[in-house]
Design a protein around this ligand. Structure first.
Ligand code: ADP
Ligand code: MG
Length: 192
């Protein structure tokens, strides 16, 4: 994957988030404050004016900075920091091996920044499972990514705003887990 291919994929995400805005809003209304859909749309809408495509590194870094300052909430700094971290390991051309390194860095960034572990009902549940699958060369289709998000449904949240709902957070997919399905799907494409 070259710079212009990745740029297209990142810019196309605004269409995905506009289509899924209501779904993410509903999920966040159930176990949060209902702003996740609008947050993600705002972040990716700001991308065309701020993305720097002079190199693969600048592409990911500028995406991270833009997401950090435009998504807001808990998820903005987490996604933003992750893209900045991935910019530090990306090659000029992304192949399967480089994508593995990027996914590992994505997962480490969330763990570090969110102080989160598996099964706390967050985006990390999807990102870390995708990372593990990639390292083992397993298929990572949209359906597989979605199945990771669906696993968050039956567990109790112990991080973020959803943790205030305690037992009542059970029965709903985590909004950040759902949004990370779309982000990972764009990054991975048909590489795995
Ligand atoms: P806020 O909770 O501030 O309203 P958002 O609604 O945009 O922010 O994002 C909520 C999502 O952020 C959650 O669904 C969860 O996936 C993710 N999240 C929150 N706190 C953490 C954390 N400490 N580590 C990882 N992800 C987190
Ligand atoms: Mg929210």
């Amino acid at each position: 994957m070259n710079v212009s291919e990745l740029k297209t994929r990142l810019l196309n995400l605004v269409d995905v988030f506009e289509e899924k805005e209501d779904l993410l809003t509903d999920l966040d209304r159930a176990i949060g404050d209902g702003d996740h859909g609008v947050n993600m749309v705002r972040g990716f809408k700001a991308l065309p004016d701020n993305i720097d495509d002079r190199s693969m590194q600048s592409l990911l870094k500028s995406t991270g900075m833009t997401l950090m300052s435009n998504i807001g909430g808990a998820s903005g700094p987490l996604y933003g920091f992750s893209f900045v971290k991935m910019s530090q390991v990306v090659n000029d051309e992304i192949d399967k091996d480089n994508l593995k390194v990027m996914l590992n860095s994505f997962s480490e960034a969330i763990a570090q920044r969110g102080k989160v572990e598996l099964n706390e009902k967050t985006m990390y549940d999807v990102i870390e499972r995708a990372n593990t699958a990639a390292q083992q060369d397993e298929a990572l289709t949209f359906e597989v990514l979605q199945s990771y998000a669906d696993l968050t449904k039956d567990i109790e949240a112990t991080k973020g705003r959803a943790s205030y709902f305690k037992e009542d957070s059970k029965g709903h997919v985590d909004p950040g887990a759902q949004s990370s399905v779309y982000i990972l799907n764009a990054l991975i494409g048909d590489e795995f």
